[in-house]
Write a protein that binds this ligand. Structure first.
Ligand SMILES: Nc1ncnc2c1ncn2[C@@H]1O[C@H](COP(=O)(O)OP(=O)(O)OP(=O)(O)O)[C@@H](O)[C@H]1O
Ligand SMILES: [Mg+2]
Length: 272
């Protein structure tokens, strides 16, 4: 199996682009972005793997993978004692209709900090493991937990382009500083910049507060903000209640169209 990631900074040209989706603030649309962007990329004929790295397993439960009923989850990858070339065969669950393959999470991931306490290179586990599966996908999306820790570090180290969903809300704006602090600290430790783009989510055109927040984001990070903006859409909650992705609920709704637009923007960005 060939090895590689599409990251010009690392001089590699073959294999998946790895997109961690992270923000230390909770409830800003990380899981919704992982699943909806994953499904949008599939609609653009891309091969996609979505990995749930949040111990709360919201993405897994949304996609009807119930971790307590599963023999293998992403936890096995982190607790693996040595190189296990066939680990992905066990933890990847094939597409159930969403169009993408999926690696479910496990509640025990929340104890990983303790489990890996003395393990050398513990921040590189995911990066190294992904090399074995990278060539099989165009995009690998990592749904991250809403806190700093060894899982977030693994995701940022493995990632090619970090996507930071930012809710267009004043309180959410305050939380953004935390993720930028983490990016700065990790960039220093890695000796390379972490590439990222922010994504405005849950935008309500009618609310002046939302418009003001979007205005601030646009002015503060003109080159680091996706042009695509994700609006408020009740279809997202409907999709999760039905265990489906938004395209299966209503491919013409604003949420579906905007994530498709985002997918096109990401593909264009990678090709530019
Ligand atoms: N654009 C949107 N419009 C309306 N509802 C949305 C939108 N995006 C997400 N939601 C809803 O908001 C809630 C939180 O979204 P989501 O679970 O994606 O956030 P999260 O950042 O992953 O949260 P956590 O930090 O808890 O993991 C969910 O109920 C989801 O369906
Ligand atoms: Mg989530």
């Amino acid at each position: 199996m060939s090895v590689g990631v599409t990251n010009r900074n690392r001089g590699k040209t073959v294999g998946a682009t790895i997109l961690p989706i992270a923000n230390q603030k909770g409830g800003v649309g990380k899981t919704t972005t992982a699943l909806s962007l994953g499904a949008a990329l599939v609609r653009l004929k891309k091969k996609v793997l979505v990995v749930d790295l949040d111990p709360h397993a919201n993405a897994s439960i949304h996609m009807a993978f119930f971790p307590e009923k599963l023999k293998y989850t992403v936890l096995d990858l982190f607790l693996s004692k040595g190189p296990e070339p066939d680990i992905w065969d066990r933890i990847i669950y094939p597409d159930k209709g969403s169009g993408f393959d999926f690696v479910p999470s496990h509640i025990r991931l929340s104890e990983l900090e303790v489990d890996l306490k003395d393990k050398p290179g513990k921040g590189l586990i995911l990066h190294k493991a992904l090399e074995a599966v990278s060539s099989e996908y165009d995009y690998i999306l990592l749904d991250c937990p809403p806190h700093v820790g060894i899982i977030l570090v693994n995701a940022l180290v493995a990632g090619d382009l970090l996507i930071i969903p930012i809710q267009t809300d004043f309180l959410a704006l305050h939380g953004v500083r935390l993720i930028f602090d983490t990016i700065r600290t990790l960039s220093k430790a890695l000796g390379r910049p972490i590439r990222f783009r922010a994504l405005a989510t849950m935008y309500d055109q009618r609310a002046s507060a939302c418009r003001r927040v979007l205005d601030i984001l646009t002015k503060k990070m003109p080159d680091r903000l996706f042009k695509s903006v994700i609006s408020m859409d009740t279809k997202f909650r409907e999709a999760s209640a039905q265990g489906q992705v938004i395209f299966d609920i209503d491919p013409k709704c604003s949420g579906a169209k905007q994530y498709l637009q985002l997918a096109k923007e990401i593909i264009a960005h990678e090709n530019s």
